[in-house]
Design a protein around this ligand. Structure first.
Ligand SMILES: Cc1ncc(COP(=O)(O)O)c(C=O)c1O
Length: 447
């Protein structure tokens, strides 16, 4: 992993011919941003994220509304097929959130009480809570200090400690670790090959929390073929279409897999465990009759949401490239700012650039991260923090007795994290305002 670097590439398999991009240090604005300079001289308020909804999405939603079919139907089926083709998976099950996809995945894999799953502490609530839905134990794992992705070295340490008899408080018996749920933080994939070897060595399934990682890809080295996130990178890969994600349906998610049996179980459980889904029940060829096979959930996606999704999907790579361009401009703007550590890039990754997380070099600043965030907000710059690690939340601390020293890297790095705005359609004046504000805070608050 390099910290500010040279080339970002995309895979031939994912998006046509592999392209070499300009150096990140190139400070020139490209035309797509230049023509968007705001004519008004007033200081812009820059949101953390603004979804890019085109006329195609609006027309398709109107068509869905006019069609008389609002819930799961033909548009969802099309969205599933086109999404599966884009990531290179055999099956895709559309649901109403990534959380639902994660839950269906671990349910389909048979996760149950007495079992445990390795989950990064550096993640959103969803990754660990679905393990709790099944009555199982999330064994939290520390992160890499540069990428903040799950550390496989710490995962090995946690497994070794369990083997030696250690159990988190609250677990009555020694849990059996059956799976691992990596998160590709911000859209930078972790090393999928190393993860696969780790999982195989310990007999674990992989459910990938790919909420940030569409479209994204990795390769072992420059001579290796690209593999897209979802292209057999896990037993099940789970994507988010929440409002601020790389493509959106307002709320929504997708579970992809190459395993027909898992796909069938997830589809069944996504709609009450009924033998036929609503589409088959109500469409001409379906029967009024259905059988309840299992006590399922109500996780299906609507055709209204899929109407947005199919057009977002068609522009996914174009929007990724726009975010990549914004990242490149941030790298140029912050190249000499010693108070910031910029996010890592890697020539062997296609980065989805869902987030642009910087780490503050706190020893060079007279203010802490929270004050830095307040100053950004005061200047009209929306920002966020990804994340307060799970072990520092009351539920996980009190239920399982995790302490900050169990996760030294995440405990210290999260206090340095700030995610800056990055979204397609971000105007040049907005980007300049973010960059100027960040540099101004660093200069004024320099130690
Ligand atoms: C890493 C991660 N996993 C899962 C989710 C949950 O996604 P959703 O809101 O679609 O359920 C999020 C949402 O922000 C996330 O960041």
């Amino acid at each position: 992993m390099k910290n500010s670097n040279s080339t970002l590439e995309r895979p031939g398999a994912a998006a046509g011919v592999a392209a070499h991009h300009a150096a990140l240090s190139d400070s020139s604005f490209d035309d797509s941003l230049r023509h968007r300079v705001d004519a008004s001289p007033a200081r812009p308020q820059v949101p953390f994220f603004r979804p890019q909804i085109g006329e195609e999405e609006i027309a398709e939603v109107v068509a869905a509304l006019r069609s008389g079919w609002l819930t799961t139907g033909a548009r969802v089926r099309r969205f599933e097929q086109e999404f599966a083709a884009q990531v290179g998976a055999a099956h895709a099950v559309a649901v109403n959130s990534c959380t639902a996809a994660l839950h269906l995945a671990v349910e389909a894999l048979g996760l149950s009480a007495g079992q445990a799953v390795l989950v990064p502490t550096m993640t959103f609530a969803a990754t660990a809570e679905v393990v709790r839905y099944q009555g199982a134990l999330p064994v939290l794992v520390d992160c890499d200090p540069v990428t903040t992705n799950m550390s496989l070295a710490d995962a090995e340490r946690k497994l070794a400690a369990l083997k030696e008899g250690w159990t988190p408080s609250g677990s009555a018996e020694k849990p059996r670790v059956v799976g691992v749920m990596p998160v590709h933080v911000g859209g930078l994939m972790l090393n999928a090959g190393a993860l696969r070897e780790f999982a195989a060595r310990h007999g674990l399934w992989i459910v990938e929390d790919a909420a940030h990682a569409f479209p994204a890809a990795w390769r072992r080295d420059e001579g290796a073929a690209w593999q897209r996130c979802g292209e057999g990178t896990a037993q099940v890969s789970c994507f988010s279409f929440y409002a601020n994600k790389t493509i959106t349906t307002g709320e929504g998610g997708m579970a992809t897999t190459n395993d027909a049996r898992l796909a069938e179980r997830m589809r069944l459980m996504s709609l009450h465990g009924l033998s036929h889904d609503a589409w088959e029940r109500y469409s001409g060829g379906g029967s009024w009759d259905y059988k309840i096979i299992a006590p399922g959930y109500k996780y299906n996606l609507t055709d209204i949401a899929a109407a947005i999704g199919v057009h977002q999907l068609a522009r996914a790579e174009q929007m990724r490239r726009e975010r990549e361009q914004i990242a490149r401009l941030y790298f140029a703007a912050f190249a000499d700012v010693a108070e910031l550590e910029l996010p890592p890039t890697d020539a062997n990754r296609v980065h989805a650039w869902h987030l642009f997380p910087v780490k503050l070099n706190l020893e060079r600043l007279r203010i802490d991260r929270n004050a830095f965030v307040e100053e950004l907000k005061g200047a009209g710059v929306g920002c966020s923090v990804h994340w307060r690690p799970l072990h520092l939340h009351p539920y996980y601390r009190e239920t399982f007795g995790w302490t900050p020293t169990d996760f030294p890297v995440a405990t210290s790095v999260w206090e340095r994290l700030v995610s800056l705005p990055i979204f397609p359609g971000m105007r040049a004046d907005e980007l300049a305002h973010v960059a100027d504000t960040v540099k101004d805070i660093c200069a004024r608050r320099r130690r």
